[in-house]
Design a protein around this ligand. Structure first.
Ligand code: HEM
Length: 203
């Protein structure tokens, strides 16, 4: 019989649900702000800015909750990379996603109590949660308080540079989200991973 593992405690599921909702709200309002066109606005411009700012501040608080929760409960151990042989493991997992899983092969890195993520998932979660999200938060908070931004950085406007970095980080998070949700559908059955992040149990 397959093992049942409790991998997503309540705090993690709450963080994840708020995080997903806030990121979706930020992407939608961010796209409206970026493509502002007075004639074809889905949502009033000033309202989009308010929604974006409030969601951004809530996301920042939720992010602190994620970091604290990870450190306090030890969930951070699933995010520790073992560099030795990493490239080989990433290639093995990619081969599974590109070929193996369509040929009915078994996953090369099955989930167990010490391994919640496969190598590709682990790297993508580390990059998303420890590079992209902090970058979007820092640049976003700086844009809310523009007086904290250097007026000029190597000849460029500091505000413009910060806004560009912010939009780039937002774009990268959107790409991460699409790939993340697609990869989550590769469980057997397709609903398996979604059920886990709702109930906490991996079957
Ligand atoms: C509609 C949006 C989303 C859906 C349906 C979704 C779905 C899932 C599912 C099914 C899992 C559990 C499977 C696994 O361990 O990989 C998961 C875990 C995770 N998701 Fe998402 N996700 C969404 C949005 C996001 C966003 C926006 C982020 C980050 C920017 C994110 C980051 C994570 C992380 C870091 C984990 C692992 C948490 C842990 O166990 O420590 N997710 N997600």
């Amino acid at each position: 019989m397959s093992e049942k593992l409790y991998l997503y405690p309540v705090w993690l599921r709450l963080w994840h649900a708020f995080n997903a909702l806030l990121i979706l709200s930020l992407i939608a309002s961010g796209l409206i702000i970026q493509n502002a066109n007075v004639d074809s606005m889905l949502l009033r411009f000033d309202l989009s800015i308010s929604i974006h700012n409030v969601s951004g501040v809530l996301l920042s608080v939720n992010y602190l909750f994620f970091i604290l929760g990870n450190v306090i409960t030890g969930n951070i151990r699933f995010y520790i990379l073992e560099w030795k042989g990493l490239m080989g493991r990433l290639i093995q997992q990619s081969n599974y996603y590109m070929k193996g899983m369509f040929n009915g092969e078994q996953t090369p890195f099955p989930v167990n109590k010490d391994r919640k993520f496969n190598p590709l998932q682990k790297v993508s979660y580390i990059v998303a949660m420890y590079v992209f999200v902090p970058l979007v938060i820092i640049t976003g908070l700086a844009l809310i308080f523009p007086e904290t931004i250097l007026p000029r950085v190597v000849g460029f406007s500091g505000i413009q540079l910060t806004a560009m970095l912010h939009a780039t980080a937002g774009f990268l998070i959107s790409i991460f989200l699409m790939v993340h949700v697609y990869i989550c559908t590769t469980g057997k059955p397709i609903s398996k991973n979604f059920k886990s992040i709702v109930t906490g149990w991996h079957e």
